[in-house]
Ligand binder design. Structure first.
Ligand SMILES: *Cc1c(COP(=O)(O)O)cnc(C)c1O
Length: 403
């Protein structure tokens, strides 16, 4: 046994001293020197999210009869998200705690839908491009599905011909990402959806990143291809509130074209001594805090506010992209549609660049396909340090070339 349960309590201050001490070894995300894990929409937005979360810290979203306020907040957030993805009047969905959970229930609905028509189906298969999030495998493991990953086109988007070639009698679903996390490109969603319609397959769009970015970025002038329910054949969409929605972590949604699939994510049971039990999504007891934070941030920002932030993010991303392009010996991998990218050095070893950038205080993550430095979701805390980032790249490359 490595650890013993604390035998006695400690004073409030002592507890927080310890917490602060632990935290001091973490990456300082506020400095903008990591572009992973934290999305920031400004100090005002963060304050709104934190205050709303604190206000609903103890309330339980499992007890909506006791907390009609939470029911209202949840219904509003869900309705607003459905509006953003151009859902029709019959659409429905559920708030979940993560993009992974949203993908899980989207695929569960796909499986239930397929099994209802073909009860004898063993190990149903889903086909996704290689760039799809690992949450597809996680969900498939829980649901008894097989995932087949297909090759990408040279521009890193899904190769629909390769997906088509994998369709077999066991295939129940196809999916694409908007955008995918690696290269920031949006898959050819309309083409994949057409393939789904043609073969009577479920089509899921993983818009964990894009659902709360693309609508506002388009209003700010960006061109991002359509990927929502306006595309015929799309049946479900995963949308993370805790990424470009700037909500508290623990907030995502699975959105469905039709409410008839609700039994796949709304659970009901009554054969136990307590009587009727119901839950939506995976958890029973659920924190109302991320729901309240999501509601408050959306209410505070409104469409206008999100567009204003999207414009700032697009500007910072353009500054990063053109800066990278101007550096001799640096190549951007593909042509990102959204503020996510990968870049690689041409004439020095990637590992050396990582070390040189890390030594300059940047939290650097790499990817494998192709080997490159991955710049996750750009948000507002990175905007002020784009030039410093570019300077560090120039310095690092110069240093390595002198060796
Ligand atoms: C983040 C992400 C997910 C998974 O969401 P979690 O909230 O981390 O579980 C799925 N797909 C894409 C494209 C993502 O960026």
């Amino acid at each position: 046994m490595l650890s013993q349960f604390p035998a006695t309590g400690r004073l409030h201050e002592a507890v927080f001293e310890e917490l602060a001490q632990f935290k001091s070894t973490d990456v300082d995300w506020r400095s903008g020197r990591t572009n992973f894990y934290v999305q920031f929409g400004g100090d005002d937005v963060l304050r709104v999210a934190k205050e709303a979360a604190a206000l609903f810290f103890s309330e339980n979203a499992h007890g909506l009869a006791a907390f009609p306020s939470v029911q209202r907040l949840q219904a509003d957030v869900l309705g607003w998200l459905l509006d953003l993805v151009q859902a029709g009047p019959l659409a429905d969905g559920c708030l979940t705690a993560s993009g992974s959970e949203s993908i899980l229930f989207s695929l569960k609905a796909a499986r239930d839908w397929a099994k209802a028509r073909r009860p004898d189906l063993v190990t149903p298969k889903i086909i996704v491009p290689r760039s799809a999030h690992p949450a597809f495998e996680k969900a498939a493991g829980l649901l008894g599905l097989e995932v087949v990953r297909t090759s990408l086109r040279p521009d890193y988007r899904a190769d629909v011909a390769a997906m088509r070639a994998q369709i077999c009698p066991r295939t129940i679903a196809v999916a694409g990402s908007a955008p995918q996390f690696g290269h920031g490109v949006v898959d050819p969603i309309a083409e994949i959806a057409a393939l789904a319609v043609e073969n009577n397959l479920w089509m899921h769009v993983d818009a964990c990143i894009g659902a709360l970015f693309a609508p506002f970025a388009r209003a700010a002038g960006a061109t991002i291809p359509a990927f929502d329910f306006s595309v015929d054949g799309v049946r479900s969409i995963s949308a993370d509130i805790h990424k470009y929605g700037f909500g508290a972590k623990g907030a995502s949604a699975a959105l469905f074209r039709h409410s008839c699939w609700r039994p796949s994510y709304a659970f009901a049971f009554d054969d136990w001594p307590i009587g009727s039990y119901g839950s939506v999504g995976l958890a029973g007891t659920r924190s109302a805090a991320p729901i309240a934070a999501a509601w408050a941030v959306m209410r505070y920002l409104g469409h206008d506010g999100y567009v204003r932030i999207a414009r700032q993010i697009l500007d910072a991303f353009e500054q990063l992209r053109s800066g990278l392009q101007s550096i001799d010996g640096v190549e951007i991998v593909g042509e990102p549609d959204t503020p996510v990218l990968a870049w690689r050095p041409r004439d020095v070893a990637l590992g050396d660049v990582v070390a040189a950038m890390s030594a300059r205080g940047w939290f650097v993550r790499t990817m494998t396909g192709p080997p490159a430095i991955h710049v996750g979701m750009i948000t507002l805390h990175q905007a002020p340090v784009v030039d410093a980032y570019l300077d560090s790249i120039r310095e690092s490359l110069a240093e390595l070339r002198r060796r």
